[in-house]
Design a binder for this molecule. Sequence first.
Ligand code: FMN
Length: 145
Amino acid sequence: MYRLCYKSKSVLPLTWELVKEITNKSESSNSSVGLTGVLLASRTHFLQVIEGNFEDVNSVFRRICRDTRHDDLSLISFNVVDARLFAAWGMRGIGVFDLNNKLEAALKEKYGEEEGGLKFPLEEWAVLALINDLKMVSDLPSWKK
Ligand SMILES: Cc1cc2nc3c(=O)[nH]c(=O)nc-3n(C[C@H](O)[C@H](O)[C@H](O)COP(=O)(O)O)c2cc1C
């Protein structure tokens, strides 16, 4: 089992419509090859975690790298792992651009700010900590199934 994390910059300002368009298509194609993960979107950036077999993670990552909807892609990690962290999610989208002010302020305090929005980290441990912080906020308005 492998886990890959990367960060990239969206070419267009991020909206729920765009995130939904990506995650709806990804859900079905990922599920068909046993890929799972999560896609975070700030106002300007994507942060994605993908888990699965080496070949499947590698091949979806190659397609993602070619996608013209984003650029400035930074590979954060691509490691062997014991188990999945997101077994239940074919590809869950989490938008962190319409958080309530208090929560956004707390996250910006912890992870920093970039281009007016929450700054996505470039270290794997911080990526997983951020996702965990977001998971704990069960009433997050931007959690969309
Ligand atoms: C930020 C981002 C994340 C994406 N994540 C996935 C994904 O998890 N799985 C997937 O199949 N495609 C994902 N895509 C879409 C792929 O880039 C690509 O458009 C899609 O896999 C179809 O590839 P194809 O046109 O070569 O068949 C993502 C695109 C973007 C911009």
